[in-house]
Design a protein around this ligand. Sequence first.
Ligand code: NAD
Length: 318
Amino acid sequence: MPSSVTHPAADTAQADRVVVTGGSGFVGRAVVRAFLERGTPVTVVDLHEPPAELRHELLTHVPGDLRNAAVRDAAVPEGAAGIIHLAAITSVLRSVDRPVETYANNVEVTQELLELARQRGVGRFVLASTNAVVGDIGHGTITETLPLRPLTPYGATKAACEMLLSGYAGAYGMATCALRFTNIYGPGMGHKDSFIPRLMRAALANTGVEVYGDGAQRRDFVHLNDVVQGVLAAWDKQYTGTAIIGSGRSITVLELIDAVRAATDEALPVTHVPAKNGEMPAVIVDITRAQRELGYAPDVELTDGLRTVWADFRRGMP
Ligand SMILES: NC(=O)c1ccc[n+]([C@@H]2O[C@H](COP(=O)([O-])OP(=O)(O)OC[C@H]3O[C@@H](n4cnc5c(N)ncnc54)[C@H](O)[C@@H]3O)[C@@H](O)[C@H]2O)c1
């Protein structure tokens, strides 16, 4: 708990400090590493300890559950540079099973952190959001200007968070920014149950994969390095608003499987099983705003990016 944590005393170093919630997670670890490489002091607040390879004199870990006020209090020092808020219930299925818990973790925690930031003069707040806030628009292109019509508790909680950020920017002049990530892939996703880790596990085991329906569903897969680039750009520009961070190129599930075959050199035979009810036919995003306003320029090619995941799985990394 926070009492056991040595927190740096409030001093001028806090002016540079970035607080990364969920900093021990898949995206968080990469974001934390990028800040440490820049020489920026980082506080990770997470249920889990950051992995050993992130150990650094500039890194502080506040362990605990962000629903607990004492944990939030220990994590956000007076006058810190800002908060990058990644901690959340991230599974859509879990959100459907546990909507109240999802609300508490995703919305209430965001409100409490925004308020703490306001009280403590912390002027920057970056939220990890999702394109699921707009719901199903068929094969249309998702932009930041579409109405919010989420179809799951997960999407709804992120939409609610975006509104809270907007209110705090409007009322208190805070630089609040929601980055809507598409499907992120990269090293460090071994604990996930999403499609790319499942493909990697099948490739490792020399087995096949099940594809729901005809496999023509389109998705946008963005590499973790590009996501980190987007987060740093929003941070550096003190951007206020919403921006979609994706690769800008949607591919079908069957095309993804081909790319994984190329990256792994494994056959990955496919079995088609009945389509799931309610699955979105496509996620096609327009990343123009992030390119124009943040200077975001995704540059990881899919097969190259998948090789970084494959190398990670072959090393047996979590
Ligand atoms: N991974 C993706 O493809 C993707 C896509 C869109 C949006 N996002 C968003 O990006 C963010 C990061 O996702 P990720 O893939 O790194 O998830 P992750 O599950 O790997 O990491 C989340 C981290 O948050 C921590 N956490 C969760 N609830 C907490 C709580 N109450 N108190 C303290 N710590 C808590 C977890 O311990 C974990 O380390 C999430 O907000 C997610 O909704 C991710």
